[in-house]
Write a protein that binds this ligand. Structure first.
Ligand code: SF4
Length: 347
């Protein structure tokens, strides 16, 4: 059971079941003198059916529902604000957490693909110099319940892809993120196929290896953003601790172990990492790695000294990079006008 959850014998505060999973429920039901198989029903009611009150759980006996409501709650995130982009209809949601902290979640619409970009921390401790979230510092990690509840709260939108790419570095909140992924990737949970879930990291080599060992079929994206240590360290201070060579060694090991390719995200910033020389260095860096490079033209953030390259320069970078690199896509950011685009989230 989640250590932060009070045990059934400590009756001072009700425990929140959202974020707990089948093993936790089995333990709880055991303490209540109930059959453990009911754990699966409980999970299914909370996640698959989205129940927020025990009275809805008609499959469970009245006696059990009453016992549960005396000791537990099913609390989720609270929607505070919704903004819709006038440019591309992407939407940004501000959610309040139980302690008053806030996080943002973005929905992006493309043909039949609806992607939720979900936060994993309140802020982010990594302080990438081009990123609005990175300027906030990190107030705390989200619980697994708070991570999955961003999707549950928006499920009427028929979300079919999830990217853990909102506020925060998922690998610095590994255990709760992994638990949230297990809830997403299970029919008693949110029923997302693993290949529809992407974890995006700034690059923490040990955690990339750890994820490879989990044997999940998730997608992995790495924010690379520069082809040399000198440039990358200026944009991403984490590079001082884990330089490019170490990061790429972990990525290669991930690809070898999982037999799956990865995506390198590369935010194109004017006069910083957008030259032909950068493109050439980038293409050499990824040689031999099964990967795709996703180019993201920078979305300017107030108070930060960076700009987006001209359209001409963006296309020139892409055309120089491909076919030198195996696969290259150019992502048109969504929701720029509501500050919902990549690197613009800040509460
Ligand atoms: S780019 Fe990602 S890792 Fe870097 S500060 Fe922003 S949220 Fe954190």
């Amino acid at each position: 059971m989640n250590r932060e959850q009070p045990s059934v014998t400590a009756k001072t505060q009700k425990m929140n079941l959202k974020g707990m999973w089948v093993g936790d429920f089995e333990q709880l039901l055991g303490e209540l003198g109930e059959k453990r198989y009911k754990a699966r029903q409980l999970a299914s009611w909370i996640y698959a059916k989205g129940a927020t009150d025990f009275s809805e759980m008609t499959e469970l006996s009245k006696d059990l529902r009453e016992k549960l409501s005396r000791i537990a709650t099913i609390n989720g995130v609270q929607l505070v604000r919704r903004q819709v982009s006038q440019k591309d209809l992407s939407e940004k949601f501000l959610f309040k957490l139980s302690d008053g902290e806030k996080v943002e979640t973005v929905l992006m619409w493309e043909a039949d693909r609806v992607t939720a970009c979900v936060s994993t921390q309140v802020g982010c401790p990594l302080g990438c110099t081009f990123c609005a979230t990175g300027q906030m510092g990190c107030k705390r990690n989200l619980t697994a319940g708070e991570i999955v509840d961003q999707i549950i709260a928006l499920r009427d939108n028929r979300i079919n892809h999830v990217v853990l790419m909102g506020m925060g570095e998922p690998f610095l909140n590994y255990d709760e993120v992994l638990k949230a992924i297990k809830i997403m990737n299970n029919e008693m949970g949110l029923s997302f196929a693993a290949k529809r879930i992407t974890v995006s990291t700034a690059g923490i080599p040990a955690m990339i290896q750890k994820l490879a060992d989990e044997n999940l079929k998730l997608k992995l994206a790495i924010s690379l953003n520069a082809p040399t240590d000198a440039k990358r360290t200026k944009l991403m201070p984490i590079n001082k601790k884990h330089p490019v060579k170490e990061l790429l060694a972990a990525v290669k090991a991930f690809v070898k172990k999982t037999k799956r390719g990865v995506t390198f995200e590369y935010v194109l910033i004017r006069d910083i990492n957008d030259s032909e020389k950068d493109a050439l260095a980038l293409s050499k860096l990824v040689q031999g790695i099964r990967c795709k490079i996703n180019l993201i033209p920078y979305n300017p953030v107030d108070d930060l000294p960076y700009d987006r390259p001209s359209e001409e320069r963006i296309l020139a970078f892409r055309d120089y990079l491909y076919p030198r690199a195996p696969a290259v896509t150019l992502r048109r950011s969504k929701g720029e006008d509501i500050l919902a685009a990549c690197g613009q989230l800040r509460v």
